[in-house]
Write a protein that binds this ligand. Sequence first.
Ligand code: PGA
Length: 268
Amino acid sequence: MANWKMNLAVEESASLAGQLAKSARELTRAADVVLCPSFPALPRVLRQIAQTDIALGAQDVFWEDEGNFTGEVSVRQLRELHCAYVIVGHSERRRLLGETDEMIRKKTSAVIRNNVTPILCVGESNDERRSGRQELVVASQVKEALANIRPPFLAQRIVIAYEPMWAIASGEACDPAEAKRMGEVITYALLELYDSPLVRDNFRITYGGSVTADNIKEYVDFDPLEGVLVGGASLNAESFLGMARAVIPSAPPKKTQPQRARRAKKKR
Ligand code: PGA
């Protein structure tokens, strides 16, 4: 999952999406790939990836479906733009824009109610980790965000991204074993809310924070971690593809058309 934040202009987003679309087969061969550009770039990025299996996501959403909410964007509108995912509760929004657990709960509910997959971000601050409160903080963020979501509404998958604030854009990724342990803390929090088959089938726990091509492998297949939310390293095609190549199992090169034609000729 690529979170481009506010780093790219609309044209730049479209151009990067176009470059990635050219390698879409390779990218989506072994992973679900989601691009989350900023709102104004969504239609242009959609056009670039329309013929591929790359999915589109938004970086935020409002909790009401329509009404007098100046400047806000609804899940309904995002669905019209074919967004299959929405990031909710990113720490930059919690920290810089005062998003509270209650706002995040309402946003998560709105996304799920509209059959879109939320990418719910949770993670402790530096101070919270230093004082040893990371487990309490993260478990509480998970339970608060999902408090209104009861099993009948859980028809689709929910992605939870463990993103410790101190690891985001710092170049200092969380130690994989620790990220895995926090993934387990999230699993236990989910088990307090739901039955274990539901937790197993409907949730996907991922990691985010200074992921690059060099360290991605340690987070994508490290039970319970099953993927990554990437900011900085997803902002150019080369490093994006570098990450994909680091995790996609190598397959024998596909036979080219001329090779196939030559073989068919020989048989005849
Ligand atoms: P980063 O950002 O990969 O640049 O650390 C991750 C995120 O904030 O989602």
